[in-house]
Design a protein around this ligand. Sequence first.
Ligand SMILES: *Cc1c(COP(=O)(O)O)cnc(C)c1O
Length: 377
Amino acid sequence: MVNERDTQYLLLTPGPLSTTRTVREAMMQEHSTWDVDYNSIVQSIRERLVRLATNDTARHTAALMPGSGTFAVESVIGSVIPPDGKLLVLNNGAYGARITKISQMLGIDTVELGQAEIESTDLGQAEKILTEDPAITHVAMVHCETTTGMLNPADAVGKLVRRLGRVFILDAMSSFGGIPMSMESTGAHYLISSANKCVQGVPGFGFVVADRATLEATKGWARSHSLDLFDQWREMEAKGGKWRFTSPTHVVSAFARALDELEAEAGVNARHARYAANQQTMVEGMRRIGFRTLIGDEVQSPIITSFYYPDAAEFEFQKFYDALKSLGFVIYPGKVSHAQCFRIGSIGDVHPEDMTELVGHVAKVLEEMGVNLVVSG
Ligand SMILES: *Cc1c(COP(=O)(O)O)cnc(C)c1O
């Protein structure tokens, strides 16, 4: 092993991902949800999240929401669209489809621009739909579509949505903290992410950075009590960082530590550079072996990469997976509907030398399986 790891294996997944020992150790401290020590940690997390997302801290605010990232997405979709509102979802993957499903189940008037998983968001189509349907009040999209690893053009969509006077909801779950972005660059009124993605905390809550005035106008619109974003935010604002119900105290401690470590790494630009180096090292190595990536490099994020299964009868994904796991690397199954793929994440406490080691193992495992890949070019 290149690194002295204190876990059985490295998670090359889109979250939960490998965290540092110090982030995990922060969970040893126990807190009461009513105590000022704990509430001040929550307040500092909220302030730091706003600062990570924008320089205009007066215009923005943040709320934390318990549950996995999907709960935070559902709290936004269910809380910020008025009863007579209408949502356009720009969908090119499983997470986009999840937003549509949430919206429909909540009885919200929903339209979708549905595209293939390997196609980037069609701006012209989005503009046409928005221009022809003035009833649409909100637009939602996924920034890094973790299904494929595609980075969607959030900045261009945000500009369009703002120009046409609608509210923009951005699922930046798997990109925030790992790819430089801001409320201004993306035009997002609501930017959603969670504790266990690129900030490198552990799972247990999601968060929303919001345009304060837009959020303040949403009182009474929530379609669920426990996922009422306005109510959760107001409680935190009015009561100095108190959550309405039992909060994941250990996860919050770990997240505060993860934010310290993001700063110590010199911030999002530095983390992005590390993730990009991880991804490049891994993809170059996989291509040398003969693997092909699902999507083009021009739309590929540094977060997670999809690879086609090798075109060889000897290849069995489960065998491949188990062998790599026993060597200390957990990869991720595929999620695209039209092709046989697997995914390798490059986020978390993972470094280029880990990727070099992984690639060496992949070559060896394939050889042992009797898979011969023809390297082209
Ligand atoms: C991880 C992720 C989510 C949330 O998934 P959970 O399993 O609920 O944490 C939502 N959107 C995207 C793009 C994601 O990568």
